[in-house]
Write a protein that binds this ligand. Structure first.
Ligand code: MN
Length: 228
């Protein structure tokens, strides 16, 4: 079919142990899904439940690529997160059935221009410029649930230049993965290819050019990214 401009290329995630790839549709993110991180950002998790925002599929940074420090910020923070990849469509999904919709899992980083986010929060404006910038979401290869199961606990960690910065456990999530899928499916019609970044534990902080960031979710995947 003739198109008047070139169509955008699909974003294809590698799959561990396979030559096949996972085409991405949407990227959803959960805000403040770990109580200790909500508190470090100045919020009371007992009064403010988690919520959703989005990045774009083409903001994903595939494995073995460097992270270019973005423009218009002097305070870019790392947030290590478990990433959930969906294989099946659905709306109003019940939490009891939500894991049937999951293809697999990865580890990712929700890089955030914290200075722009603070300005947006103060002005009551959207977080788009703080969150959905180029290459803002490094992601590992996907581990299929058929290979690793559905992790509900286990370490989630991030180091900068070998020094521990974030160390949490998936069991600390306020909304579990089935609850996240169920909640999200009440707001949006989910589809195969949607991925969800499930929030970060405490210890977020700034990165600088030259930093080597390593992170992982035990039993799922690990990832190494250089800031350039
Ligand atoms: Mn995040």
């Amino acid at each position: 079919m003739e198109t008047v401009i070139p169509p955008a290329p699909p974003v294809l995630l590698p799959i561990a142990g396979s030559a096949a790839t996972f085409p991405v549709r949407r990227v959803y993110c959960v805000g403040r899904n770990y109580a200790d991180h909500a508190r470090e950002m100045g919020h009371d998790p007992s009064r403010e439940p988690p919520f959703f925002f989005q990045k774009n599929a083409d903001n994903l940074l595939l494995p073995d690529k460097d992270f270019p420090y973005p423009p218009r910020s002097a305070d870019v923070h790392h947030e290590v997160e478990l990433v959930v990849a969906l294989r099946r469509a659905g709306a109003d999904i019940r939490a009891e059935e939500a894991l049937d919709h999951v293809y697999g899992y990865a580890v990712g980083i929700d890089f955030t221009r914290r200075d722009l986010q603070a300005e947006a929060k103060k002005a009551g404006r959207p977080w788009t410029a703080a969150k959905a910038f180029e290459h803002s979401a490094p992601i590992s290869a996907l581990a299929p649930a058929t290979a690793i199961g559905h992790p509900a606990s286990g370490g989630i960690w991030l180091k900068v230049n070998g020094e521990s910065r974030q160390q949490g456990d998936l069991a600390q999530m306020i909304w579990t993965v089935p609850e996240i899928v169920a909640e999200l499916s009440r707001l949006f019609t989910l589809a195969p290819g949607d991925v969800i970044m499930t929030g970060t534990p405490a210890g977020v902080g700034a990165v600088m050019r030259g930093d080597i960031i390593t992170c992982g979710v035990d039993g799922v995947a690990s990832l190494s990214v250089k800031v350039v």
